[in-house]
Write a protein that binds this ligand. Structure first.
Ligand SMILES: NC(=O)c1ccc[n+]([C@@H]2O[C@H](COP(=O)([O-])OP(=O)(O)OC[C@H]3O[C@@H](n4cnc5c(N)ncnc54)[C@H](OP(=O)(O)O)[C@@H]3O)[C@@H](O)[C@H]2O)c1
Length: 182
């Protein structure tokens, strides 16, 4: 089985503006922030590009965690406008529905899935559902995360554990569940 972890691409977007909120505070977790680990199946695609030319995202099946709002939704729009077929996941079903309506109105093919990425069993179920729906997954974007801002001395171990659950174990569960299908 061919397994390729290919490219990490950083998207610089003014998400604060997009969400109409002020993120001017220094975020403790921004450094962990956008783990846009883009997992590309298709080593040939990369071999062709050698990582130098832009990737053609048309018709690619892209799974975006935390795609219901913020940076995840912004990426969903961007990929969607480039012709990708999208699966987005988050915990809140209503927000997912709003995102689906917004993207569909823009002519983007998208399906939504409720999933808590910190829970391995939910992630495994999610990947099964996405494969059933789209047949395969080309790219995984591990975007779900949180920005927690507070003075250091008011934070407890639990705050760091929560961040690790979401921004380390989340991408780990997602990546390990997706790889066998790539
Ligand atoms: N905004 C910025 O300027 C900025 C800058 C640098 C880095 N980042 C990073 O970019 C990522 C997204 O930030 P954002 O500002 O777009 O955040 P956001 O607006 O709060 O969106 C977070 C997304 O992740 C989902 N999510 C949160 N916990 C989840 C879980 N356990 N399972 C599945 N989905 C979950 C949320 O939906 P539910 O709550 O419904 O699950 C939502 O869709 C974060 O990693 C952040 O650190 C953001």
């Amino acid at each position: 089985m061919r397994r390729e972890i290919a490219a990490v691409r950083w998207f610089e977007m003014d998400v604060a503006k997009l969400n109409n909120r002020d993120n001017s505070n220094i975020s403790l977790f921004t450094a962990l922030g956008v783990s846009l680990a883009a997992l590309y199946a298709g080593s040939r695609l990369l071999a062709k590009n050698g990582g130098r030319e832009p990737v053609d995202f048309r018709s690619k099946v892209i799974l975006i965690s935390g795609g219901s709002r913020g940076l995840g939704l912004a990426m969903a729009k961007e990929f969607g406008h480039q012709g990708s077929r999208l699966a987005i996941c988050a915990r809140d079903a209503e927000e997912l529905q709003n995102a689906r309506e917004l993207l569909t109105k823009e002519g983007i093919e998208v399906d939504t899935f409720t999933c808590d990425v910190t829970k391995k069993n939910e992630v495994e179920a999610l990947i099964g559902q996405v494969i059933n729906r789209f047949g395969h997954i080309d790219i995984l974007v591990n975007n779900a995360g949180l920005i927690s801002v507070a003075p250091l001395d008011s934070l407890e171990d639990r705050d760091f554990e929560k961040a690790m659950d979401l921004m380390f174990w989340g991408p780990f569960h997602m990546t390990m569940a997706v790889l066998p299908h790539m």
